[in-house]
Ligand binder design. Structure first.
Ligand SMILES: Nc1ncnc2c1ncn2[C@@H]1O[C@H](COP(=O)(O)OP(=O)(O)O)[C@@H](O)[C@H]1O
Ligand SMILES: [Mg+2]
Length: 353
């Protein structure tokens, strides 16, 4: 069974999984209209009604967030409905979640491009002294799901996307290719990773069991990449002691001492930044990519890690800064017009789209 979590990001295969037709797909391979999770306790009519109440079916999610979400109540119970970009993307995520047991809020079913999740009644995470350990355990549990590794040709496809979409100069792409080839010399273990392991994405059900309530950040990746976001935000929204608690539990459970190797850890940080740069490059216009503040940070991270020369770093910075300034200036006439209309209309101008 092949999982394509995000087409432009690559395909996930679970090791040893069979290649027969996926349940939930028609003989032609297209996802069927509706499918129910095992033991959901809901009927097709229920699940369709829940999705109808959310009003998201068929509506494409906001591209900046990749999915749209609504909470609904049906027959006295609360549910979360999440819309994906297509029925195929939702079906793949549904199948993937079916494999991860109770680590995530149960996925009860799918209608077209929408997934229905249970709403986990429980306490918020704040102030729970076990939280760091429990997140570490959660990440280690995910690491138990091995997936097919990414090889050099997969990274080559990423490099091509980055070059074609104007995310880096060709010279930089050459350096990136060499860095990746050197990083893959030592074997890397690939498994399921959770790329946004911050406290707000978890809930204690009945105060005892930690459940992840935001499954959209689940992806395949090199072992340990789940720590990249937390590490990059130490001092901002992740305290050093929390990071260390998560990392220690994780490392003890997965028994991987490669995390102590600075070169491997840099590869993880690189992968994390590249992952989003490639995903955004494939999905958004160049203008939107340049205007995305996180993309600018990710570019700097990549340039720093792969060891580009100072002059190339300068050129990369100048190129994007000039484009950013130009896009900003080119918006001025419209902004001025809007302001003038607002003043003339006593405060009611054209509504920003
Ligand atoms: N299934 C759920 N059960 C309980 N609470 C949830 C659930 N899904 C989301 N939440 C709450 O809503 C918040 C936002 O939902 P989330 O899916 O993380 O969206 P986003 O991160 O895109 O804003 C979460 O941080 C959590 O507090
Ligand atoms: Mg979230």
């Amino acid at each position: 069974m092949t999982f394509s979590v995000r087409d432009e990001i690559g395909r996930i295969r679970f090791r040893g999984a069979d290649e027969t037709a996926e349940s939930g797909t028609s003989p032609a391979g297209a996802p069927v209209h509706c499918e129910l999770g095992p033991g959901s306790g809901l009927s097709h009519a229920d699940i369709e009604q829940i999705v109808a109440l959310a009003g998201l079916a068929g509506r494409l999610p906001d591209p900046a967030r990749q999915s749209a979400m609504a909470f609904v109540e049906h027959s006295g119970r609360k549910y979360k409905v999440l819309a994906y970009a297509s029925a195929a993307a939702a079906h793949q995520r549904f199948t993937l979640l079916g494999r991860t047991g109770d680590l995530f809020a149960a996925c009860l079913g799918r209608v077209e491009n929408c997934l229905v999740h249970e709403f986990v009644e429980g306490s918020g995470e704040v102030g729970n002294s076990r939280l760091g350990d429990d997140i570490g355990s959660f990440l280690a549990d995910l690491a138990g799901f091995a997936v097919e590794p990414m090889h050099e040709p997969d990274f080559e496809a990423w490099s091509r996307t980055l070059a074609e979409k104007g995310i880096f100069l060709r010279r930089t792409i050459g350096t990136l290719r060499r860095y990746i080839a050197a990083s893959l010399v030592k074997p890397v273990r690939w498994d399921l990773e959770y790329l946004d392991a911050v406290p707000k994405n978890f809930v204690y059900a009945g105060k005892r069991r930690l459940i992840c309530v935001d499954s959209k950040h689940l992806y395949p990746g090199p072992q340990g990449v789940s720590l990249a976001k937390l590490y990059s935000n130490i001092g901002e929204y992740c305290r050093r002691e929390d990071y260390m608690a998560i990392r220690n539990v994780y490392q003890n459970r997965v028994r991987d001492n490669r995390l102590d190797d600075p070169a491997y850890f840099e590869f993880l940080l690189l992968f994390y930044s590249l992952f989003f740069l490639v995903a955004n490059a494939g999905q958004f216009s160049w203008k939107m990519n340049v205007e995305n503040g996180m993309n600018r940070i990710r570019r700097r991270t990549v340039l720093g890690i792969i060891g580009t020369s100072r002059s190339i770093r300068l050129l990369e910075g100048l190129w994007w800064s000039a484009a950013f300034d130009w896009f900003w200036v080119s918006k001025l006439p419209r902004r001025a017009l809007r302001y003038a209309l607002r003043r003339a209309g006593g405060g009611k101008g054209i509504k920003k789209r």
